[in-house]
Design a protein around this ligand. Structure first.
Ligand SMILES: Cc1cc2nc3c(=O)[nH]c(=O)nc-3n(C[C@H](O)[C@H](O)[C@H](O)COP(=O)(O)OP(=O)(O)OC[C@H]3O[C@@H](n4cnc5c(N)ncnc54)[C@H](O)[C@@H]3O)c2cc1C
Length: 556
């Protein structure tokens, strides 16, 4: 097939990718976005809570201050954040992320008081500073930016295009070079089943996280870690994959047909002081069982609550616990719950649960990928010509755990920073790239076989490398994943590439990176808990780095 040449290739159409495309267009460039399914099929769409930022106007009136947002972020990051990155992020989050979104037309929820916007205060924040659009902030952002991009004649969007591999001098190009460089990507056109070769001077990965590595996740289907896997295979350095944020409460729905479907998030605000919903072990109980683990009970931090639920589920062999927001448990009226959580109320009602009258079945689920492709303050990866932005990257902002609502502004900010840098540093390579080499078997692999590996991988990860890890479980996990990987790789090499095999191969690779990193970190901190090493250990005060040719290492 003909080679497609583009100066800027963006892979992914969540907030990070859309921001980058809009900035490039404003600079007079003509970027191409390839995205796996519809533009809006992205984690961004599902964000409920909002985007955290300190508005200078609130600093002036003494209602917030930059240092507090810095401190809150560093505390969540448990000693692994890069303080300079945190500082820059906090100063730029309002002008370069929130202001951009407001100007783009995102209608953040307003307030009647002297400050125009309603600001939420989420766990870990000392002040209200979370800009939201009701409880569907991500949807409002994604739809607003997607519309701008669709109307922009400078931006080409190719939906149903799944990137398979990055092309570098030393992989898939016809000559080797001492200094390797990304030259574009091979991309599967899902409609024709053909692989297209994209040559790009600059490639920007904006492919999101890898929540689908775990059986229970709040993430949609596309979150299979493709960008991290592609960058790793191409030789970029990956950081901190062991740190994964599990959300304590998503709605448990038994679905034997599809046990691993996306789980509906029951926002943390539910368990906040204001609402006071509690977690119980049985349907009729009004005893907050988390009090057995922490004096704050169900209001404790995400990691403690998630671990308490996970322990009880494993100990008792139960499927889920209960989250009770009824007047009997919280003292709040049904009207209050309906007014503050309209989307959750409506969703549960559609599943036959009236949350003002009965408790919701709840489980913890994989929510946010704290690690990713390591980048500098311009979003540059360690591979020339390749940038990574948003959840697929590791900037140093999140450290060992993410502070709630920092990820949307990070994605928006780095979309801009990467473009600013790339505009001045794009190098035209103009090389003829090798066309895609198809496998020997000219048909797709058997779907039932792929489903089996898909399911096994996610169950294995949830049980052995999930919330509560130890040496034995992690070794078992790695052994199982290695076994799956050998077969899946054979299928990938031999058969015609399909969307499903591309995702499965990436999911397996990233699952192995998570497990390997978790094995190497013999301590507990942030989003990584090992019951055999339950305390933090200063010897691990450094990010975990991993590279294709070197394996795991830490720079002290
Ligand atoms: C339920 C839920 C609630 C959340 N709530 C909040 C919140 O309140 N506040 C907050 O700050 N954060 C929240 N988050 C996290 C936040 O939504 C994400 O971190 C952020 O939206 C990531 O944006 P992104 O652009 O990096 O990636 P995404 O929005 O995930 O976009 C990734 C894009 O890449 C595409 N893609 C992936 N692989 C390929 C490939 N191989 N080829 C082509 N395209 C590909 C996908 O299709 C998608 O378009 C939440 C997340 C979830 C799931």
């Amino acid at each position: 097939m003909e080679q497609i040449n583009t100066e800027y290739l963006i892979i992914g159409s969540g907030l990070a990718g859309l921001r980058a495309a809009i900035e490039l267009s404003r600079a007079g460039k003509r970027p191409t976005i390839v995205t796996k399914s519809k533009i809006e099929d992205a984690n961004t769409f599902y964000a409920q809570g909002g985007a955290a930022a300190v508005d200078p106007a609130r600093v002036e009136t003494g209602n917030d201050d930059y240092q507090s947002h810095v401190d809150n972020t560093l505390t969540a990051g448990a000693g692994l954040c890069d303080p300079a990155v945190v500082d820059t992020f906090v100063k730029r989050a309002f002008p370069d992320a929130i202001k951009f979104l407001i100007d783009a037309g995102v209608d953040f929820t307003r307030n009647d008081g002297s400050y125009p916007y309603h600001l939420g205060q989420e766990g870990g924040h000392d002040h209200p500073r979370v800009f939201c659009v009701g409880d569907y902030t991500g949807q409002a952002i994604e739809e607003t930016l997607a519309e701008i991009v669709r109307q922009d004649p400078n931006i080409t969007v190719l939906e149903n295009h799944t990137a398979i591999n990055l092309i570098t001098h030393n992989q898939f190009a016809d000559f080797e070079s001492d200094i390797d460089r990304c030259l574009g990507a091979y991309v599967l056109d899902r409609e024709t089943g053909k692989v297209r070769t994209f040559s790009a001077d600059t490639t920007i990965l904006a492919t999101g996280g890898v929540g689908r590595a775990f059986l229970y996740t709040s993430n949609p289907e596309n979150a299979t870690g493709d960008g991290i896997a592609m960058a790793y295979r191409a030789g970029a350095v990956i950081a901190n994959m062991e740190f994964f944020q599990f959300h304590p409460t998503v709605l448990y729905e038994a679905n034997p047909e599809n046990p691993s479907e996306r789980r509906f998030l029951l926002t943390e605000a539910f368990r906040g002081e204001e609402t006071g919903a509690i977690l119980t072990l049985t349907r009729d109980s009004l005893e907050d069982f988390v009090l057995r683990y922490d004096p704050r009970g169900s209001h404790a931090t995400r990691d403690i609550v998630a671990r308490a639920i996970d322990t009880e589920i494993k100990k008792r062999g139960i499927q889920h616990v209960w989250l009770n927001a009824t007047p009997a448990a919280t003292g709040k009226s049904p009207e209050y719950i309906k007014a503050h959580f309209p989307k959750i109320y409506a969703h549960c009602l559609s599943r036959g649960i009236d949350i003002t009258k009965e408790p919701m079945p709840a489980i913890p689920a994989a929510h946010y990928t704290c690690g990713g492709i390591i980048v500098d303050t311009f979003g540059r990866t360690t591979l020339n010509g390749l940038y990574a932005i948003g959840e697929t990257s590791y900037t140093g902002l999140m450290g060992a755990n993410r502070l709630a609502s920092n990820s949307l502004p990070e994605a928006a900010l780095y979309g801009k920073l990467a473009v600013e840098h790339a505009l001045d540093n794009s190098v035209q390579h103009g090389e003829r790239l090798r066309p895609w080499q198809y496998g020997n078997i000219d048909k797709a692999a058997d779907q039932a076989t792929l489903n089996q590996f898909w399911d096994n991988t996610r169950r294995t990860m949830m049980t052995l490398c999930g919330i509560d890890r130890n040496e034995e479980r992690l070794r078992g996990c790695l052994g199982a994943l290695d076994g799956f990987d050998t077969t899946v790789d054979d299928i990938y090499q031999d058969f015609h590439p399909t969307h499903e095999i591309i995702e499965l191969r990436n999911l397996l690779l990233v699952s192995k990176l998570i497990t390997d990193s978790a094995l190497s970190r013999k301590e507990s901190r942030g989003g990584h808990f090992r019951s055999d090493f339950p305390d933090p250990d200063d010897r691990y005060n450094f990010p975990t780095l991993t590279h294709r040719d070197v394996g795991i290492y830490r720079l002290r």
